[in-house]
Design a protein. Structure first.
Length: 379
């Protein structure tokens, strides 16, 4: 569909309001189940210039959608206003009426959207409804920021599996830990806080039972005020080795925790999981290891649309081998501890300089003295 504006608009202003909407959409990232976290801001011309008179974000759990609360807040001021929506407004009668109809009824003159909705109940029909009602529609190229907010939803809708980010903290040589007792400090506290922020933005966090047993991490988001944003924990445990001392289990009653193992896992062990409020997810096996593509399908069906894979080396290798990784984030610890001997070191399947084929660096950040690289698949 070619949507040509009838008049010229202030592109910088459009970008500014769309960015404001994208920031709002991040607020419920990881909390909206199979629905994307969408945001809508209504902007009216006031005596003071263009001002936001209403805003809304998809509610936790996925409904109501973003547009109805934004329009409700704007009230009469929505008439002749511009609505900035991070995703094409829906055109279908679901549990609620179509948001495109809501926008039409409110009297807005213009709608600016960042991304077309791939849901085949919508996919262009939302834009079409608006245009047919005489509303000016501008489809902005939301760019990287829009795609990042929506990446889990887009992946799950188009490929029936979650968007997968592989995150690893390592030194320049790819060292991620030690085979000996105790943890090596790899990255700085600033990098760790960034990891916690990333956890909050994902639906799920995934580790192997090796990491769960040796590091015994809490796998939650411990930033002040964001504990409630802890992602669903998924621990792969093909040999049913986890026990009641697993730290993540102690908070399983308030943060959903799923342990994945084959159907043949011992009944008593499964009862132990249930006693601790931990869900058991039976999985298919492939040559003695958990069949990851099938598991990813199952997790997407549960509404887990984005997963942060946090370790360890074997899990990273398996995800890469199965071509399941969409993005790699490497925190490069500049003051990482060294193992006693080189043989004691555990190494990632790549280093910050020699990373997996098919990936390229798309962003470099500094977290204190550490560097952080974000790698995406080359197109
Ligand atoms: C919008 N605004 O805030 C969201 C939208 O099951 P339902 O009825 O909630 O429909 C889910 C679909 O609605 C989802 O796949 C996507 O197409 C759209 N989500 N649309 O206009 C919103 N969250
Ligand atoms: Zn809607």
């Amino acid at each position: 569909m070619n949507i040509t504006p009838k008049m010229s608009y202030d592109i910088k202003q459009d970008q500014r309001f769309l960015e404001a909407a994208l920031r709002l959409a991040r607020k419920h990232q990881g909390l909206t189940g199979t629905n994307p976290s969408v945001a809508c801001v209504i902007v009216a011309q006031t005596q003071l210039g263009a001002r936001i008179v209403g805003s809304g974000v998809t509610a936790e759990g996925g409904r109501p959608h973003a547009e109805p609360p934004a329009l409700l807040e704007a009230g009469k001021l929505a008439k002749d206003a511009t609505a900035y929506v991070t995703l094409e407004p829906c055109a279908h009668h679901g549990k609620t009426p179509p948001c495109a109809q809501n926008l039409i009824d409110s009297g807005v003159a213009r709608v600016v959207t960042a991304i077309t909705d791939p849901d085949n109940r919508v996919n262009g029909k939302g834009h079409e409804m608006l245009i047919n009602a005489g509303i000016e529609v501008t489809q902005m190229d939301g760019g990287d920021a829009a795609l990042r907010v929506m990446q889990g939803y887009l992946k799950a809708r188009t490929s029936s599996r979650p968007f997968i980010t592989l995150k690893m903290a390592m030194n320049e040589d790819g060292l991620i830990g030690s085979t000996q007792e105790g943890n090596l400090k790899i990255s700085s506290p600033i990098s760790s806080r960034q990891t916690h922020l990333q956890r909050a933005r994902h639906d799920g966090i995934l580790v192997g039972s090796g990491t769960a047993l040796s590091d015994n991490p809490s796998l939650d988001c411990r930033l002040p005020g964001l504990l409630g944003r802890s992602p669903i924990r998924v621990i792969l445990d093909e040999k049913s080795k986890l026990n009641e001392k697993t730290k993540a289990f102690s908070s399983a009653l308030h943060t959903q925790t799923i342990v994945v193992s084959p159907m043949t896992a011992p009944t008593e062990w499964r009862q132990m999981l249930a006693r601790n409020g931990v869900q058991h997810q039976a999985c298919e096996m492939d040559n003695g290891r958990i069949a990851l593509p099938e598991l990813m399908d199952d997790l997407a069906a549960k509404g887990i649309q984005s997963i942060l894979v946090e370790g360890g080396a074997r899990i990273a290798e398996s995800f890469l081998k199965d071509d399941l990784v969409d993005e790699i984030v490497i925190h490069v610890g500049s003051e990482a501890d060294k193992p006693e001997t080189k043989q004691d070191g555990v190494y990632a399947p790549f280093t910050p300089k020699a990373f997996p084929e098919g990936f390229e660096v798309c962003q470099t950040l500094r977290f204190g003295k550490d560097a952080s690289l974000r790698l995406r698949k080359k197109n």
